[in-house]
Design a protein around this ligand. Structure first.
Ligand code: R7I
Ligand code: MG
Ligand code: MG
Ligand code: MG
Length: 349
């Protein structure tokens, strides 16, 4: 039991890391990535004799690390501690590719000496709050830490998100990704995923959070206006045969906004449970990440979120050891996974 969970926790943290490291060289706000180049890229990584400079992780992992370490060390969400870790990490290594707007929150925290940790995020984008996918890219540890308690998971993911992302579509995206991680943790690693049920479950949980009122839904200029809408579109795509990358990008998106990337990452995980014509591998974990990168756009983040799901489902055992050797931060990800599991197993008195 504990060994199964440890494998899943490590798989999730490693999946999140690998998606980021392997996806980041392809990050660009443009169309799909050449499929043959990607096939060779992954084949080489799996070759034990292949040598190349280690692939560095980006802001996605830097922030995930802070979320995991803060939860593990406090045994609960602590806003000041987490904010402090985000800021410290950023000022130590500012060149990890952070979103343009979020760094203003870090600077305001520093200037105000954390007087009100929630305030700078509310001031982003003229008071609208950020709707970027920074809320989802770092949330996997919350899905792990709270996997036994959905109410706590939703509440914690909302708070972790709102430290920087107060736009409804911003922090709700983080909640959605955390809920998906939870589903993957509780899923039998050997069982075939029921993709329809997976989506239905998420739609049901998001319906309890998202506004029902048309006026409220329309108060944002963003299209689409809810995760439930995107999850339903995803279900339709999953039922169709041979959906090409352009259609996926057209329907679900691949950019830095939460609404255009978090459902996409979940789709990648679900779609890649089955063989994909242009991806030659039997390893489902690899297929998920390779497929996510093939969509182009915000590749580090989409692959990282999809990888977190694949890893939480399949476990660290499913990851090719040669691929791990090419990524920075592997030992760190494993330690954080173990610390998180310890914290889950020994709740504070
Ligand atoms: O969300 P965030 O942390 O950025 C994460 C992304 C990932 O792809 C990382 O890999 C890294 O590359 O950045 O940082 P934010 O700066 O809050 O949001 C990211 C971007 O989303 C912003 O710089 C804006 O371009 C866009 N954005 C918005 N645009 C219009 N209106 C976020 N919110 C809004 C908005 O409300
Ligand atoms: Mg990044
Ligand atoms: Mg970027
Ligand atoms: Mg990114």
């Amino acid at each position: 039991e504990t060994a199964v969970l440890a494998n899943k926790f490590r798989g999730c943290m490693l999946g999140s890391l690998l998606g980021d490291c392997l996806g980041s060289p392809f990050e660009a706000e443009s169309g799909p990535v050449a499929k043959t180049i990607l096939q060779k890229y992954f084949d080489k990584m799996e070759d034990p004799t292949f040598k190349s400079p280690v692939k560095r992780y980006t802001d996605d992992t830097a922030m995930t690390k802070s979320v995991a370490a803060s939860l593990a060390q406090h045994g609960a969400f602590n806003e000041k501690d987490m904010a402090k870790r985000f800021a410290t990490e950023y000022f130590q290594e500012p060149r990890r590719g952070y979103g343009e707007a979020v760094t203003r929150v870090f600077r305001k925290w520093r200037e105000s000496k954390m007087e009100d940790v929630w305030k700078p995020a509310r001031e982003q984008f003229d008071g609208q709050g950020s709707a970027g996918n920074g809320s989802g890219m770092r949330i996997a540890p919350v899905g792990l830490f709270c996997y036994r308690d959905t109410d706590l998971l939703v509440e914690t993911a909302a708070k972790v998100g709102k430290l920087t992302h107060t736009h409804r579509l911003g922090y709700h995206g983080g909640i959605l990704q955390a809920l998906a991680v939870q589903l993957c943790v509780v899923q039998d690693s050997k069982a075939v995923v029921d993709t329809k049920r997976f989506c239905d479950d998420l739609i049901e949980k998001m319906s309890k959070l998202e506004p029902k009122d048309e006026d409220e839904l329309n108060s944002f200029e963003q299209e689409p206006k809810s995760y439930q809408i995107q999850l339903k579109l995803m279900q339709k795509l999953l039922q169709k045969k041979d959906v090409d990358n352009d259609e996926v990008v057209e329907v679900l998106g691949n950019n830095v906004l939460s609404i255009y990337s978090i459902p996409t990452a979940i789709y990648c995980y679900l779609r890649a449970q089955q063989p994909i014509e242009f991806i030659k591998t039997d390893n489902i974990f690899r297929r998920v990440i390779q497929y996510a990168i093939s969509l182009g756009g915000d590749t580090d983040t989409i692959a990282s979120m999809a990888g977190a799901l694949a890893g939480a489902h399949l476990g660290a055992d499913s990851i090719n050891a040669n691929i791990l050797k090419h990524c920075e931060g592997v030992d760190m990800a494993v330690s954080l996974a173990d610390e998180l599991l310890d914290a889950v197993n020994s709740p504070p008195a």
